[in-house]
Design a protein around this ligand. Structure first.
Ligand SMILES: *Cc1c(COP(=O)(O)O)cnc(C)c1O
Length: 356
């Protein structure tokens, strides 16, 4: 195995997808499996489909193209609003896209008409997280402009929370979304079959039995990849939280002072670092860095090991209290949070290894 490596336990992702999709189905919700956290890795995607995902979503058109090229024929959902210049590609590879700009939907309409297709649009509503979406009071007017575009079907409305502003998708926010839906349906005299309530942060509401009736789908990545909801990172019962492991190799071990000596200026990333003097400590340097992972999003699997810092190519660990001897050439394993899985999956330096 080339190192560093991202170990992917496919059977755990399959189990997690089954668990989450049946939890959602019990509550009348369908599940779009979100593949962007793993660069639409074919084996992960297969596990999601086998596990019961009712469609696959990604924020990148490139990843949706990959899904088609690997033979996936189910529903594809483009999660990030396409740029107007990408309208042709969006219509080609996505059956549905999440949108908030009428001008983009016009471009999608033109692309759909010229390729003889029909493209479905979910109108995104911003309920306070301040990323994408129209404000609730503008939703009816924007929906009206989208619904008249030939080649476009306004399939429903949706929202996305807990991403930029960290605002929680509470029951109240979901009810707000449902009232926007009713306002559009009554105002335009049509039915909106889909209410796409959010991402893995919404699993909290589902687990607590507090999701209001009328929300029809969630778009789930982290929940099935890491077996946790995304507000407090509570485990989902029946899911594995160690479907991914980052493995890297030790390239230096030594006992050194814990505090740098000399005049301390900026580090490699323009920050002035701060160090506590803990005396002499045994440390290990691993061939793993910011080009491979998000170091802050890693937890060492071995007890007694802590990450003390990282640069582009080096991860520095304190191994003074490690329960085993750590030597050059040894490997250490880390449990990655979402940001580290995403970085490792998209880094050309990290080998992706599917564990059967
Ligand atoms: C990434 C993304 C998701 C999936 O988020 P998870 O927290 O990984 O479930 C859902 N919706 C949108 C719009 C996204 O960009």
């Amino acid at each position: 195995m080339n190192l560093p490596a991202l170990l992917i336990h496919k059977d755990k992702i399959l189990n997690n997808t089954r668990t989450v999709s049946s939890l959602l189905k019990e509550r009348g919700l369908s599940m779009v499996g979100v593949a962007k956290g793993v660069l639409a890795h074919p084996e992960v995607v297969k596990a999601m489909v086998e596990g019961g995902a009712d469609g696959l979503g990604d924020s990148r058109i490139d990843n949706l193209r990959r899904l088609r090229e690997m033979g996936y024929t189910g529903k594809t959902v483009l999660l990030r609003a396409p740029a107007p210049s990408q309208a042709d590609l969006a219509v080609r590879y996505a059956d549905v896209s999440l949108n908030s700009e009428p001008a983009t939907v016009q471009a999608l309409g033109r692309a759909a008409r010229s390729s003889g297709k029909v493209h479905k649009v979910i109108l995104m509503v911003d309920l306070g997280d301040l990323r994408e979406g129209v404000l609730a009071e503008r939703a009816l007017a924007v929906a009206e402009r989208m619904v008249n575009e030939e080649g476009i079907i306004l399939e429903g409305i949706g929202t996305n929370m807990a991403c930029y502003g960290g605002v929680e998708p509470t029951r109240g926010k979901m009810e707000e979304l449902l009232s926007v839906k009713r306002e559009i349906e009554e105002g335009l005299g049509l039915r909106l079959p889909t209410v796409s309530g959010g991402n893995s942060a919404n699993l909290s509401l589902v687990m607590d039995g507090a999701m209001p009736e009328g929300i029809t789908e969630l778009r789930i990545g982290e929940g099935v990849l890491l077996g946790q909801e995304a507000v407090q990172r509570r485990p989902i019962p029946g899911c594995f939280r160690d479907a991914f492991i980052i493995r890297a190799e030790v390239i230096e071990t030594s006992t050194k002072p814990s505090k740098p000596w000399g005049n301390v200026g900026q580090d490699a990333f323009g920050r002035i670092p701060f160090f506590l003097d803990l005396g002499l400590r045994k440390r290990a340097i691993l061939a793993l860095g910011r080009q491979d992972v998000v170091p802050d999003a890693l937890a060492p699997v071995d007890e007694g090991i802590t990450i003390v810092g990282a640069s582009s190519d080096h991860l520095i660990c304190d191994v003074q209290e490690a329960l085993r001897d750590v030597s050059v050439g040894d490997t250490l394993d880390f449990l990655p949070q979402y940001g580290a899985v995403l970085a490792a999956a998209t880094s050309p330096f990290v080998e992706k290894v599917v564990v059967q």
